[in-house]
Design a binder for this molecule. Sequence first.
Ligand code: ATR
Length: 265
Amino acid sequence: MHLAGYRALGLPFTYVPFRVTDLGGAITGMRALGIRGLGVSMPYKQEIMPLLDEIDPLAARIGAVNTVVQEDGRLRGYNTDCVGAVRALEELGPVKGARALVLGAGGAGRAVAHGLADAGAAVVVANRSLDKAEALAAEVGGSARGADEAKHAARYDVVVNATSVGMGEIAAESAGQRLGAPLRQAELRPQTPVPEDAMRPGLVVMDIVYKPIETALVRAASRRGARVIHGGRMLLHQAARQFELYTGERAPLDAMDAALREQIA
Ligand code: ATR
């Protein structure tokens, strides 16, 4: 996505993946080499925070940094996942004033709930472990429920799946590779965190799971006439926000989207 964006705008930048085992060393290297920007993935989104000079207030509240920008030798950390979620939703309409149900209170759920609350939505956090839902709901001024609140999806304007449910195939595949074990059929069964009959026409349903692009939730929501946003859209918009932070230019969304589709098709 980033390379496609640079190409589209004729910017002389590149973006390369590094497999990092020494995070402190990587940050020292970034400073020494004058690298402009860094995208941070799991498992380093929290661990990187004390190594930076400044943390954007929203990233500090979420407690995770996925983007670092170097300016005049100072490293500032941002979280673009929350902006990505809000922009993806706002393509379909304003988030302000919407009743939003966020399923999940892990790293992704935290970014989505903070982003939506900041954008003016009334947020309900539902999670399998209620204590995590309660803690996150308190942070964002919302309320907490157990995971079975998904049964009442039709009461909301917007439902976001920020759990890992639906990533079954991929999770099972990598677990199988790690253990050298054959995949069991049950592990591959598509799962949806929201029962199909709980959704209704007009409900906005966003899945943060982007692989497979057509998750069981996306398919069920479409069958019910809901307005569906697949996980690739949030991924695109969070990368677009990174692109803006790295380059100071407006992100060429179409070029970046085409590159993303090629990768996750
Ligand atoms: P991520 O960074 O992708 O959010 P995470 O921090 O491990 O990953 O969070 C995973 C989320 O998916 C959590 O909200 C988790 O619920 P718990 O906090 O109760 O563990 C949720 N989750 C994972 N598997 C689930 C399942 N089978 N049913 C319901 N929720 C599930």
